[in-house]
Design a binder for this molecule. Structure first.
Ligand SMILES: NC(=O)c1ccc[n+]([C@@H]2O[C@H](COP(=O)([O-])OP(=O)(O)OC[C@H]3O[C@@H](n4cnc5c(N)ncnc54)[C@H](O)[C@@H]3O)[C@@H](O)[C@H]2O)c1
Ligand SMILES: [Zn+2]
Ligand SMILES: [Zn+2]
Length: 339
């Protein structure tokens, strides 16, 4: 079968390897779509702190089950599935507490172990999630980034009835804003510097959008929520400027959830965090309930992923997809590969 391996920075090489032989607890999936995400792009340029060459990428995927191992129950040939790409130990303190997304020895499939950029992929059955009828393989490949948003909005209790601010309208900010709406937020404001990304957010039904390159966060929040003000902020960019916007515009005693990954350690206004009893809390990936709820939200249309899919490339064009993203940063959101 054919696979694509990132052998060094900006170099994806195709090769022929044996089709995998599955273990008793695994299923073999004929891959249909994979998604390219921000971490793949960092890896592509050799700038990911926790990924090294060579690596077969692909942690966002969908495909059809073509074989099931002897011990696998409840999964059948022909079913459309996606996977939760987390390999965890089940024994460490976070794992025992059900927080295996922060397992002490977490490996992400497609980041630290070979991913789905291949024709046939063997996956432990425990990581497989079935896709309901009527949902396309393309949408199935977008569940993984969607689940990042669903997990984030549950990190500080429920967002139900709250006025939510999401900073950054890339894929992750967009899905975080949609997840907040789906989980019952009273209203949501999303901010970005890119009009294209804000336009996509509007297409997804996010009620308030603001370009914080043109107006201040204070003005944006006032316009969106009036005297009520914002109740919780989600940082989905990964820079100090937006963390500080959140700190400076939070009401006393409120929460700020950090979803963005920081390339540099920012200088942030911790004196206000202390004085106003703000809480800053991180968010990483998701657990099974978040993932399953994301599938249900996408299937029911509560989270709309179609407006985020900018372009679909064939497997042969996989290297070109990375070039396309480089040249169309502002107008492209989720890029998919079709096998
Ligand atoms: N926590 C997790 O589990 C998890 C998972 C995946 C990605 N991430 C991280 O989430 C972040 C967002 O990911 P993405 O794929 O959406 O990235 P992205 O680059 O597509 O989106 C970031 C957005 O922020 C906007 N932006 C830049 N500066 C801004 C500013 N000053 N104010 C407002 N907006 C600004 C950009 O225009 C862009 O639209 C990244 O840091 C990524 O690494 C986290
Ligand atoms: Zn991803
Ligand atoms: Zn563990």
């Amino acid at each position: 079968m054919k696979q694509a391996v990132l052998t060094k920075a900006e170099t994806i090489e195709f090769s022929e390897i044996e089709k995998p032989v599955i273990k008793a607890d695994e299923v073999l999936v004929k891959v249909k779509n994979i998604g390219i995400c921000g971490s793949d792009i960092h890896a592509y340029y050799g700038q990911h702190p926790f990924m090294s060459f060579p690596i077969r990428l692909g942690h966002e995927m969908s495909g059809e089950v073509v074989e099931t191992g002897a011990d696998v129950k409840g999964i059948s040939k022909g079913e459309l599935v996606t996977m939760m790409p987390q390999e965890f130990c089940r024994e460490c303190e976070p794992c025992k507490a059900g927080r295996y997304n922060i397992c002490n020895t977490l490996n992400v499939i497609g980041c630290q172990t070979p991913g789905a950029a291949c024709e046939y992929f063997n996956v432990p059955a425990a990581l497989i999630k079935k896709i309901p009828e009527g949902m396309s393989a393309e949408l199935a490949a977008t569940v993984e980034p969607g689940a990042v948003g669903v997990h984030a909005v549950r990190r500080c209790g429920s967002v139900e009835g709250k006025n939510v601010v999401v900073m950054g309208a890339g894929t992750i900010g967009n899905v975080t804003a949609q997840a907040a709406m789906a989980d019952g937020a009273k209203s949501v404001l999303i901010t970005d510097l890119s009009e294209n990304r804000l336009e996509t957010a509007r297409k997804c039904g996010i009620p308030h959008t603001a370009n914080t390159g043109k107006i201040t966060m204070k003005e944006a929040v006032l316009e969106a929520f009036g005297a009520e003000g914002p109740d919780i902020f989600f940082e989905c960019v990964g820079i100090g400027a937006t963390v500080n916007q959140a700190i400076e515009c939070s009401k006393k005693g409120n929460d700020i959830v950090v979803v963005g990954v920081f390339g540099k350690n920012p200088e942030v206004n911790l004196s206000w965090v202390q004085d106003r009893e703000l809480r800053i809390c991180g968010s990483l990936m998701y657990v099974e309930k978040d993932f399953q709820d994301t599938i249900d939200y996408i299937a029911s249309g509560k989270i709309k992923m179609e407006p985020l899919i900018s372009k679909v490339f064939s497997f042969d064009e996989y290297p070109e997809a990375y070039k396309y993203i480089e040249q169309n940063k502002d107008t492209s959101l989720k890029i998919l590969i079709e096998m």
